[in-house]
Design a protein around this ligand. Structure first.
Ligand SMILES: Cc1ncc(COP(=O)(O)O)c(C=O)c1O
Length: 377
């Protein structure tokens, strides 16, 4: 268990922030790194051509470590939707085939597939949540010989409903279907090993559980997909691009691995140092340790919410870092405002109150949350 890390964040004692699934806070170290980084751009004569490559390679390597990939397998992207667009550009879909997603899945991993399906004469099949039984079973039941693409998260963004990616990935391989994962709501707080799951593409935006800046993210590209076509044609992704004087000699060959998919201007002087600080901190804490800590925090809240007659998915059915509290007659309209008045920050998604802590939360935050909930009910 990781003791509360509040001292590493700029979160006042009277704020109970349980909304990491919305926006993760930058740590103090990431803020310092970001400030220094912005200052560097005020002195451009100190920025050399090597700086367009050095820090992006460090960030690439840190994300690779997080998911047990190789540095070469990772591209830098500005948003999950960008990475999914790369995946859509590089996966085949034919008339009559299906793309399987979850019902009410986050749209960044849906719209690109709707567009691909429309063009191909294929269809998007959204797997509904079964009233009883497991969501993973429902996904497995939806996979058949028509399935070309399976585009999923590790857990649902509204209430954390968990998917058994190992079983689903195995079935995808049997069917020859591509597996595309959006782990924005789980990267850094749920262990995931790409050598075990073997997705074709995997994306994660950094601004939630990775505690990084906005407009930063990563795309994992399986080795057998790295010869694909990018969705834009950045000069920096070409072989020899570090020789700025030689850029007029146009080059067809790309940099090795997934670097061809890097977004243009990925060497962002303002954000990459903060990304590095954030990822280093996550790796220092350890993903398994973070997962265990947040699961215990949410188990405590779930048990106490039970006495207020708020339901949540059983611990085995949801990701430990997510807690969705369900209200029998819908979330009361004024609840969020009442909680905010008490300095309690959570989200409403669909019919659930979404509680998403991180290691900066402490016992006093839980007391504040429970108190405010009790008063509001
Ligand atoms: C599952 C999931 N993916 C992605 C995102 C963000 O998408 P994008 O980076 O495309 O803005 C969110 C934001 O809530 C999300 O919940």
């Amino acid at each position: 268990m990781i003791p509360s890390q509040r001292h590493l964040f700029d979160i006042p004692g009277d704020i109970a922030y349980f909304n990491c699934a919305y926006l993760g806070p930058l740590s103090n170290a990431a803020v310092v790194a970001g400030r220094e980084a912005t200052g560097r751009k005020a002195r451009p004569w100190e920025i050399g051509s090597e700086d367009f490559f050095r820090e992006t390679e460090i960030a690439r390597g840190l994300f690779a470590t997080l998911i047990n990939a190789e540095e070469d397998d990772v591209a830098l992207i500005p948003a999950a939707s960008y990475g999914i667009s790369v995946a859509a550009r590089n996966t085949r879909l034919a008339a009559g085939q299906t793309v399987v997603v979850l019902a009410e899945q986050f749209p960044s991993n849906v719209y690109a597939w709707r567009e691909s399906a429309r063009r191909a004469g294929a269809s998007v099949l959204a797997v509904e949540r079964p009233a009883h039984g497991s969501l993973s079973r429902a996904v497995l039941d939806a996979l058949d010989e028509r399935t070309a693409i399976v585009a999923l998260p590790h857990c649902h963004w509204a209430d954390g409903a968990l998917l058994d990616l190992e079983s689903i990935a195995r079935r995808c391989r049997e069917l020859g279907a591509s597996l595309i994962l959006d782990v924005t709501q789980s990267a850094g707080v749920m262990p995931l090993d790409v050598k075990v799951i073997q997705p074709d593409f995997l994306v994660a935006a950094c601004y939630k559980w990775l505690l990084g800046p906005y407009s930063t993210g990563f795309l994992y590209v399986a080795p057998h997909r790295q010869e694909g076509t990018p969705i834009e044609f950045s000069w920096r992704a070409r072989r020899g691009s570090e020789n700025f004087a030689g850029l007029v000699n146009y080059e067809d060959a790309y940099l090795p691995g997934a670097r061809r998919f890097d977004v243009g201007e990925c060497a962002n002087f303002h954000t990459i140092p903060a990304v590095i600080a954030a990822l280093q901190q996550i790796l220092d804490w350890g993903v398994a340790e973070i997962a265990a800590t947040l699961a215990a925090r949410n188990a405590d809240i779930a048990a106490r919410a039970g006495s207020l007659e708020l339901q949540s998915l059983d611990a085995g059915q949801r990701a430990g870092h997510f807690l969705g509290l369900g209200f029998e007659r819908g979330v009361p309209e004024t609840l969020l405002a009442q909680l905010r008045k008490a300095n309690v920050y959570v989200s409403v998604r669909g019919n659930t109150l979404r509680i998403t802590p991180h290691v900066y939360n402490n016992d006093a935050d839980v007391e504040r949350l429970m108190h405010a909930l009790e008063r509001a009910m």
